[in-house]
Write a protein that binds this ligand. Structure first.
Ligand SMILES: Nc1ncnc2c1ncn2[C@@H]1O[C@H](COP(=O)(O)OP(=O)(O)OP(=O)(O)O)[C@@H](O)[C@H]1O
Length: 792
């Protein structure tokens, strides 16, 4: 079948002088589609919902604006091509793919040659094609040489719905600049840290370099799903992190990693989605709340709040999560959504921003094969909507395997295959490895990468080696040889595969950097557009409000916890009973009452401190995940997080103080009562600061709680009640003790007018000291968080 475009030819005058690319002009004719069998084509075209524009063979109808009336033809065009078995891609065209001829695409032969010669980046090719034919940027249609057109399935109703959903969701989203990721000879090493005396860097000297990735080459473009497979420890996660710009030590990375021929820049963060292996989500938020908060934080300000909410709903629908929309996420202690649903929520959080490049680390691990297949179909769909998807997969079923477009196989950090997934079996067959019994291709490939060649035919030299190892086995005991005969053969197999792969990759169609100056300029132009964007998607204040609300919702179960309120009320009643109607007539009575004041300071220094202590260590994974995508400013998160617990702590403090004050019959007078409440609230705020500070500085729950208990003990002992004459060398502790300052303030409030009472210092100094602590401890906590590495 011959397909042609007519009246879509771009006149030379439409060439933009700025970048040499073609641009849609408002007076440009709308292209029409013609085929040999015109009747059939028009029927098909209209049956997919299209409306012939421009009036068929008649004169082309000028459009008033470039976008007017585009949705119909755009959708129809896409569906029509699908029906004809033509594939849509935004990836580079390989030599195997037949780009439709220049005339059929309505472009000048010179421009066509330009594209072919440079094998141009998708960022450029589709841009010009898309604008000239009003198909979405990033899409280009081609005929895959290996896939006869006649075999392609017609579009189904689901396809149609997907298209509609795409259009719906794609509306007003970031411009879908396609990203073509190309990496070549990527090597990455780590320095194994010096082990402690009893530590175990087994088998290697402390401080030794360890190369994890040994020259990996590959590429993935929009419309493609690249699967990365290999045995455990083969370097999949490391490679994914490196490609996703999440390496902790860039100086240990060598090789070339280019995104549209440009190295990684921070601006790419918002074009890249990264789903980590562990599902890092708030357990007490519902699925809908999780996606909604992500949408509110990640979508830029040009979306209205309603649009952001709609987008969250659309993603919820697209991922089939409506049924569990109002179920909490849950965790190992709390029943929530299923593992597959949780994984889909993680994917949803990333596709909310319509990323051009989506990385997923083992999205199917721990899932049953049916759920895993659903996830892989979803990724396949997402890829074919115009994204580049790269995922590490452990054990795909054969059905899942057939959905991969490209495949990278790793073995001990060495590449053993890179190419089309459907070509993998043929490739291994040509180098001498063929399964002897029917087996899942994924199992076969993973076995090979592990050096396991059971039920697999071997190439002659390895066959020979196998025999010689088997005969040696008779003569040499395993104790005298490092490794069993099987592992010896396994090592040879891996080496053989790595050697063959080096040759295979060198013959793979490696596209070179752009040679064409004009295209290069256009690329730079688009990169500049990306970098010009506002650095943060939302304002500081919006981030603060959203994070505050999210923090409040996540911990509402704690706030609303009856147990927590009961705990405070019962403690207050107990203290009130013990100091029931306390008096100050005698020295002993006075001493007793001072004990109550000291207890109030200690009690309200202890609880908030330990609650705050765990805040940052427990939220660290979420913070790292969200900061890695530049979702919000650290200062907005810090302020929201440190303030969101305060109202409830203050509320509980007031309840406690009111009960104790009245029961213990402390000093009469409204002002004394209010000052006492204020003093205890200041104590709570300062002690929270200490908790945040220790937690953020140490970021380890166990170590932080050990240190905090020692510090609290020290502050309490130096608090002025137990000891007055502290030796000078440790006397400074009392100045740091918020309990000491609170105790001073409370005694001052109670006994201000008394003559024969030990007043412990100056009220103003203590208030000032506590106020400084409120700020200073928090500042240290903030600086500690800032210094925290957010890369892996
Ligand atoms: N920071 C590090 N220090 C020392 N060794 C490391 C470090 N990071 C990774 N490795 C080692 O590099 C190898 C590859 O690790 P990686 O996590 O990438 O493997 P993987 O293929 O993703 O494994 P799995 O499938 O089990 O998740 C492993 O042997 C691992 O122990």
């Amino acid at each position: 079948m011959n397909i042609s475009f007519k009246s879509g030819a771009i006149p030379d005058t439409a060439r933009s002088p700025a970048n040499g690319m073609y641009e849609t002009r408002s007076d440009q004719a709308c292209p029409c589609i013609w085929m040999d069998d015109q009747r059939r084509s028009m029927d098909e075209f209209t049956s997919y919902g299209g409306t012939p524009c421009g009036g068929g063979a008649g004169p082309a109808t000028p459009r008033s604006t470039p976008t007017e009336g585009m949705e119909g033809p755009r959708k129809s065009l896409s569906l029509l091509f699908k029906g004809l078995g033509l594939q849509k891609t935004s990836g580079r065209l390989s030599d195997a793919d037949e780009l439709l001829s220049p005339e059929t695409l309505g472009m000048s032969a010179g421009f066509y040659d330009e594209i072919r010669r440079s094998n141009a980046s998708p960022l450029n090719v589709p841009f010009s094609l898309a604008t000239s034919f009003q198909i979405p940027e990033g899409d280009v249609y081609y005929r895959d040489a290996g896939d006869p057109v006649a075999k392609a399935p017609p579009p189904t109703d689901d396809d149609y719905l997907d298209e509609c959903m795409d259009l719906e969701m794609g509306k007003d989203v970031n411009p879908p600049e396609s990203i073509y990721l190309q990496f070549e000879d990527v090597r990455y090493k780590v320095v194994v840290k010096k082990a402690s005396k009893w530590g175990c860097t087994f088998g290697m000297k402390a401080g030794t370099d360890k190369e994890i990735l040994h020259g990996i080459t590959g590429s993935v473009g929009a419309g493609e799903m690249l699967a990365m497979m290999g045995p455990s420890g083969s370097g999949k996660t490391t490679l994914l992190n490196v490609l996703g710009g999440r390496r902790s030590n860039p100086q240990w990375l060598t090789g070339s990693i280019l995104y549209n021929d440009v190295p990684y820049t921070k601006n790419l963060k918002r074009r890249i989605g990264f789903v980590t292996q562990d599902d890092v989500l708030f357990p007490h938020l519902t699925v809908r709340e999780t996606l909604t908060f992500s949408a509110l934080l990640r979508l830029p300000d040009r979306f209205t709040k309603d649009q952001k909410l709609q987008r969250a709903e659309a993603v919820l629908a697209q991922l089939g999560l409506q049924r569990c929309g109002d179920t909490i996420i849950g965790n190992q202690f709390l029943r929530g959504v299923s593992g597959g649903e949780r994984k889909r929520v993680c994917i949803g959080q990333e596709i909310l921003i319509n990323p051009s490049l989506l990385f997923l680390d083992e999205p199917t691990s721990g899932l049953d094969s049916t759920t895993a297949l659903r996830i892989i179909s979803l990724l396949h769909k997402l890829a074919h909507q115009g994204r580049a998807v790269m995922a590490t997969i452990h054990q795909p079923s054969s059905r899942a395997f057939h959905m991969f477009d490209k495949l990278i196989l790793l073995s001990d950090g060495y590449p053993t295959y890179f190419g089309k997934a459907k070509g993998a079996m043929t490739y291994f067959d040509t180098i001498g490895f063929t399964p002897l019994i029917p087996m899942n291709p994924a199992d076969f490939l993973l076995d090979l990468c592990s050096g396991n060649t059971n039920d697999v035919s071997l190439p002659p030299n390895l066959q020979q080696r196998k025999k010689s190892i088997a005969s040696q086995k008779q003569k040499i005991t395993p104790a005298s040889v490092p490794g069993t005969p099987m592992t010896l053969l396994g090592k040879d197999v891996k080496k053989y595969l790595a050697d063959c792969c080096e040759h295979q990759i060198s013959t793979w169609d490696r596209t070179k950097s752009l040679q064409n100056q004009k295209l290069q300029q256009n690329l730079k132009h688009l990169q500049a557009v990306v970098s010009e964007k506002q650095q943060w998607p939302t304002t500081w204040w919006d981030q603060f409000i959203i994070l505050f609300m999210r923090g409040f919702k996540e911990r509402r179960h704690e706030y609303m916890s009856l147990m927590r309120v009961l705990q405070m009320v019962l403690s207050a009643l107990l203290a009130g009973s013990l100091w029931w109607h306390s008096k100050t007539s005698t020295f002993r009575q006075l001493q007793d009452q001072e004990g109550l004041l000291f207890f109030m300071g200690v009690f309200w220094g202890y609880f908030p401190l330990f609650t705050a202590l765990f805040t940052f260590p427990l939220e660290r994974p979420i913070l790292m995940k969200e900061r890695a995508t530049d979702m919000y400013r650290l200062s907005a998160y810090f302020m929201a997080r440190t303030l969101s617990d305060l109202p409830i702590e203050i509320g509980l403090t007031i309840i406690f103080v009111v009960i104790v004050y009245l029961m213990a019959n402390l000093r009469h007078g409204f002002l004394s009562f209010i000052y006492t409440i204020l003093a205890v609230c200041l104590d709570v705020t300062a002690s929270q600061g200490v908790g945040f500070c220790i937690g953020a500085a140490i970021m380890d729950v166990q170590k932080a709680s050990t240190l905090a208990s020692v510090i609290v003990l020290g502050f309490m002992l130096a608090g002025g009640y137990f000891i007055q004459n502290i030796p000078p060398f440790i006397g400074w502790v009392k100045y740091l003790s918020f309990q000491a300052h609170t105790y001073k303030i409370l005694t001052y409030i109670q006994y201000e007018d008394a003559v024969n009472v030990r007043l412990h210092g100056d009220l103003a100094n203590s208030v000032l000291a506590l106020a400084v602590m409120v700020v200073a401890y928090r500042a240290i906590a903030y600086i500690s968080l800032r210094r925290m590495k957010i890369s892996v």
